[in-house]
Design a binder for this molecule. Sequence first.
Ligand code: ADP
Ligand code: MG
Length: 376
Amino acid sequence: MPGVRLVDVVKKYGRIVAVDHVTLSINDGEFFALLGPSGCGKTTTLRLIAGLEYPDEGSIYIGDRDVTRLHPRNRDVAMVFQNYALYPHMTVFENIAFPLEVRRRELGLTRDDIRRMVVETARFLGIDHLLDRRPGQLSGGQQQRVALARALVRKPKVWLLDEPLSNLDAKLRLLMRAELKRLQKTLGITTVYVTHDQAEAMTMADRIAVMDKGRVKQVGTPEDLYYRPANMFVAGFIGTPPVNFIKSSLKKLSEEVKAERGVGIVEASKTRYVLELPGLKVPVDPGIGSMLESKGVSEVVLAVRPQQVGVVFGDGAWDVEGEVLVVEPTGTESIVTVKLGDEVVRAVVPGDARVQMGSTVRLRFEWSKTLLFDPR
Ligand code: ADP
Ligand code: MG
């Protein structure tokens, strides 16, 4: 199976730049997700790969072939649309057979060949008992499988999926997520999967491109994006509950500060920079401190995931105290929102932890995993 490559691709609709100089390299057999908020250019990117749109600038390759100006038919790709786009007047069999029927001569297929291919694909997707029904007689999940079968029946080289699970209810969506992932790996088919749901992209994809306003903000594995986000947009888009951004100032350490907070997370005496957070001064790695100083950065944003904020019970070491504004149990864990000066910080605690709304709690940050961003 070939990979897909976009080189400096631009697509405009009038004055709107839907896709803004996008360069991506999708590997052979890879499950690749395009992730970003509504309107960021995901669907347009997918349609450009499919050949349903042509770029204003740049090139698109499938394998070694430049397909930039090629008709969709000649690209050997199959697309699944968000609304499935099934033909309501046709049976499930006819829907799945359609891509084969329209080029039966070209592909040199007999009617028996088509029947065999349709039944095989339907069986693979567990819908072979539905072949005589029409789409209107099917559940959402079944229609979804028909759309997938129709896209797979002619064994395309590249599979393009545009938010294929967004019309399913929450429970079915989770089931189909796992099934699609298994299907993709079984077939080894190069897949580009569009979604605005970070959990979907994180759980399914080998790699993800995070997009914003037509641009790619970062490409990486789910782990890269979670632990090493390249910018605040990616840090804020990935992870749930969302990351805490805490505004803070970077100060060069003075004697006075040392005296005020002699015990700290890192040995204060060896540190030359501190971060001033509401109710807390934190030593900063000298290398990072001087690098930020040399760039003239004094206001920074500390990014800390709720999973990296612990509520301290008993007399363990802690960093800050604050009032609990709200506790949201999710079952295995609870999300605790704590007021810190003018800021609010979310922490994730075990579901059986006793935290009262309105009480004062002590928080401890997992400093080694926090990140600093220059908000400018
Ligand atoms: P996404 O799939 O990420 O929600 P789209 O690719 O559909 O985003 O859209 C990207 C931008 O391009 C949006 O601002 C959208 O309004 C605009 N756009 C998309 N398709 C068209 C079109 N056919 N005509 C005009 N504007 C469009
Ligand atoms: Mg879209």
